[in-house]
Write a protein that binds this ligand. Structure first.
Ligand code: MRU
Length: 359
């Protein structure tokens, strides 16, 4: 499925630049930010110019290419490999929760190691080309995974459905059409009528700024609400399903996603609303048995004490600002992946599904 804008793109050959649709400026301005160095990309990731687990992974893969573009050609092979490993370590420090970041960086370092093992005398140019090709493959796979999630997930969106989503797990969060929004876009393309309720998603307003922006362009009916309105919404209006993305899914299905998702999952259980997580296989971390091991990012106090740059809480007030929370796998009706749907996710059903081949 085609999307109306590119979330990120590599412009040029091995000495090209990474262009990111600057999400800090949305919805007011649509501007691309050119990253020429890993340091610029690091800043873009921590300030959420690029965000959403899959998009962070794709961007980080290109970040390795940004490090290599600065290397003179020829450079000693050992020097190039050192740069790749150092850059991967550096970018891995940007955000701790979305596992796609580490997954993509591992793929890039493995590529460098494999190319050098197969041909120790390969030129710097050949190595740069192999790394750019791998980053492009990661991007293409991400698009395909989104499309497949859309195909597998559209069955949960009936005609005239009312769906609630949180944060932004749409086209802005991936190279493709999104994860949680992919089944919605697919169902819409099939002619189904859908109304999407979206939480504004304090403190950084990914729902109000980003999901609202992309849904407004899609022709899908979209309704914005504050985060604290979900219980009232579920009590007073029929919600057919809640659909969210994920930043890291542990082996047993416990799922880290944007702060506030946990509350929605508990409300879903209370009101008997099906609760779906949509995520590609790159978001699973089978090395972590359950959600207690998922590292949670805590962000700056001023994200909570300030709104649009103006202080609205008194000075010296304490602040609690975790960016993510973990939903218990028992409260997830199903996880929608590119391989298919994992109903009642648990260690066995997840292992079984992820053993399948890529779509
Ligand atoms: O802090 P963010 O905006 O990067 O958080 C994003 C989310 O929590 C998304 O729901 C998640 O990454 C899935 S994106 C397809």
């Amino acid at each position: 499925m085609k999307k109306a804008f590119e979330t990120l793109r590599w412009a040029g050959t091995t000495d090209g630049v990474l262009e990111l649709l600057d999400q800090r400026k949305l919805p007011g301005r649509m501007e691309y930010l050119a990253c020429r160095t890993p340091e610029q990309l690091f800043e873009a990731i921590i300030t959420l110019a690029v965000r959403g687990a899959p998009a962070i992974g794709v961007a980080a893969a290109y970040g390795i290419c940004l490090a290599c573009r600065q290397l003179p050609d020829p450079s000693p092979a050992a020097e190039t490999l050192k740069t790749v490993l150092k850059t991967a370590d550096y970018l891995a420090q940007s955000r701790p929760t979305a596992v796609n970041l580490f997954w993509a960086l591992n793929r890039m370092t493995r590529t460098a190691q494999q190319v050098l093992a197969a041909n120790p005398t390969c030129t710097t140019g050949q190595l740069k080309e192999a790394l750019l090709a791998e980053a492009k493959t990661i991007e293409t796979e991400d698009r395909r995974m989104c499309d497949a999630i859309g195909r597998h997930g559209q069955q949960f969106i009936p005609d005239n459905a009312a769906i609630l989503t949180h944060c932004n797990a749409g086209a802005l969060a991936t190279a493709g059409i999104g994860t949680a929004l992919a089944p919605i876009y697919t169902a819409h393309a099939q002619g189904k009528k859908i109304r999407v309720y979206m939480d504004e998603t304090r403190p950084l307003l990914q729902g109000a700024r980003l999901t609202a922006w992309e849904l407004a362009q899609s022709g899908i009916e979209a309704v914005l609400q504050c985060d604290n309105m979900s219980a009232s919404l579920m009590k007073s209006r029929k919600i057919d399903a809640i659909l969210v993305g994920a930043d890291r899914i542990a082996a047993n299905g416990d799922t880290a996603n944007k702060i506030g998702t946990l509350a929605l999952s508990i409300l879903a259980r209370h009101f008997g609303v099906p609760f779906y997580v949509a995520a590609p296989s790159s978001t699973f971390d089978l090395s972590i048995p359950d959600g207690t091991g998922i590292p949670i990012e805590h962000r700056r106090d001023d994200e909570v004490t300030h709104v649009a740059g103006s202080r609205m809480a008194p000075e010296q007030i304490g602040v609690y600002n975790p960016a993510f929370d973990v939903t218990d796998h028992a409260d997830i009706t199903a996880i929608i992946t590119e391989h298919g749907v994992i109903e009642r996710p648990c260690t066995d059903t997840i292992r079984h599904c992820l053993r399948q081949d890529n779509p």
